[in-house]
Design a protein around this ligand. Structure first.
Ligand code: UN1
Length: 498
């Protein structure tokens, strides 16, 4: 399962072979919890992009014409291999990006779930058969693959998100070039190794490591790339969308979130506390779905704040491989600096720091990029800290008087990924389910933990209207072809002959 050549030197996966960057250049990948070197990875460029796209293009016809159930059999094997390797893959991922082992196991599990789900789609890929308006004529719609897909993935779910994208693309008959985040190339290469071991033909899936500007954007602009599936920041998402528009390419964008949990006065506060802590500080707050706003009804506010502060202060920070650790490091120094800037902005705007608010540097923590779990109070809905994505362990508490106000505050941001309500009132829950305008809504659970069999994605600036996972994924990765078969033996003119 080791895609390393030797001594921690890793290669791209192009046309079924492990290959260094054509330039020979590399970049380092380090453990954010202690700075240890994990390995060096190819710093690829135009020549590598060219080779990968050419391989994907050459493999396309063979793969498109492989019956979808057979494509599915390979995905079943991938799922099985990931399951066998789950522990090793999770450990490698924890070292690579910091989240605790329990969560990296979950990340690999999401890949396994997707493999089995999409493998099953190989025996469905439902089209449509409809009646024709003329006699002795048949009409149906089938799904065609788009061609070569570029998948550009983030570091926070290093195996799950590449799995969502590649597996859905592949079952539909597309071939793929995957560009993983520079912070997490190893997990993507481990995924590629599972595909190779499962018998995927050469060129069907290729992985090219490197930066967004040297690999990502050239892929987006490449005339032989037909579709782009991107997860990352809004700033880069916009660049991707604009570049793709020039060639009328189909793009799916999965961007930021500013997700909220609403807690009503009647809520089960024990449950709400657990849900909020898990959603705000799990993955060190670095999920698109993380809870970064707590919208609490006035009567529950003081007690909830007190309980959250006590629990947040007690969270144990450390290396994610240590069983006692509950919160790992943030991904890198520049991300930590950005989180810290937001805490300063919040204070300037009048928010109060209830706990945390600074780097965590006691003892061994000084070796890594740790940030204290932070709760900000007296936040108002229009403060920057309540509007902009922070992507770190920072929770802002906003007080409201009513359910209607809570829903309005939730909906009034530029993002719309995930939201949640804790209440025991079934009427309030129904109203929330109807009126919360996010792509994902939870009742009596936190904002994280979407399952792969439902569409994943958000409204407003969270994306461009597409959905990943579930049935939503096949809509993106296939193109409808309408087919009419006339067996009347004469020319029948639709809309003319009746
Ligand atoms: C992400 O943060 O980009 O719903 C993905 C969740 C996970 C996926 C998060 N299943 O929290």
């Amino acid at each position: 399962m080791q895609p390393s050549n030797a001594n921690g030197v890793y290669a791209n996966f192009i046309n079924g072979k492990w290959q260094p960057a054509a330039s020979g250049e590399t970049f380092e990948n380090r453990d954010p919890a202690n700075g240890e070197l994990i390995g060096t990875f190819p710093r690829s460029g135009a020549a590598d992009v060219e080779a990968a796209v050419a391989a994907a293009r050459a493999a396309f016809d063979g793969w498109r014409l492989t019956p979808a159930p057979k494509r599915g059999e390979i995905l079943y094997r991938v799922g099985h291999i990931l399951q066998e390797r789950k522990e090793d893959l999770a450990r490698a991922m924890t070292r690579e990006m910091g989240k605790v082992l329990m969560e990296t196991r979950g990340d690999v599990q999401e890949g396994i779930d997707m493999a089995y789900y999409m493998a099953g789609e190989g025996r469905r890929l439902f089209g449509a058969v409809v009646p024709a308006e003329l006699p002795n004529k048949a009409a149906m719609g089938v799904r065609d693959p788009l061609g070569v897909i570029a998948c550009i993935t983030p570091w926070n779910f290093p195996m799950a998100i590449p799995s969502w994208k590649t597996m859905a693309a592949l079952i539909a008959g597309n071939t793929v070039v995957l560009k993983p985040a520079t912070d997490t190339p190893l997990s993507a290469l481990n995924l590629a190794q599972a595909f190779a071991d499962a018998g995927l033909p050469p060129g069907v899936l290729n992985v090219v490591c490197g930066t967004g500007s040297e690999v990502g954007m050239p892929l987006v602009r490449h005339p032989q790339v037909n579709g782009i599936s991107f997860t990352g920041s809004n700033a880069i998402g916009r660049e991707v969308n604009v570049a793709a528009a020039e060639q009328f390419k189909r793009v799916t964008l999965e961007l930021g979130g500013k997700n909220a949990i609403i807690v009503m006065d009647d809520a089960d506060l024990d449950l709400a506390v657990e849900g909020i802590l898990w959603s705000a500080f799990g993955t060190t707050g670095q999920r698109c779905t993380a809870c970064s706003r707590l919208i609490v009804q006035r009567g529950a506010r003081r007690e909830l704040e007190a309980r959250l502060v006590e629990r947040a202060r007690a969270l144990r920070l450390g290396h994610g491989l240590d069983d006692a650790t509950q919160v790992g490091p943030v991904i890198n120094a520049s991300q930590r600096a950005s989180i810290h800037r937001y805490v300063g902005i919040a204070q300037d705007e009048g928010a109060k720091v209830l706990c945390g608010g600074n780097f965590a540097e006691e003892g061994d923590l000084a070796k890594g990029t740790f940030y204290q779990p932070t709760i900000l109070s007296d936040v108002t809905p229009q403060m920057r800290v309540a509007q902009e994505e922070i992507f770190g362990p920072v929770l802002s508490v906003i007080e409201v008087a009513t359910l209607e106000e809570a829903i309005a505050v939730n909906n009034d941001t530029r993002y719309g990924l995930s939201s949640a309500i804790f209440t025991r009132d079934i009427n309030a829950a129904q109203v929330a389910m109807r009126d919360l305008t996010t792509g994902i809504v939870y009742v009596n659970a936190g904002t994280i933990g979407a399952e792969i069999q439902l569409p994943f994605g958000g409204t407003r600036g969270t994306g461009n209207g597409h959905r990943e996972a579930g049935l939503g994924a096949l809509e993106f990765f296939t193109e409808w072809k309408a087919i009419y078969i006339d067996y009347s033996g004469k020319l029948q003119r639709a809309q003319i002959d009746s």
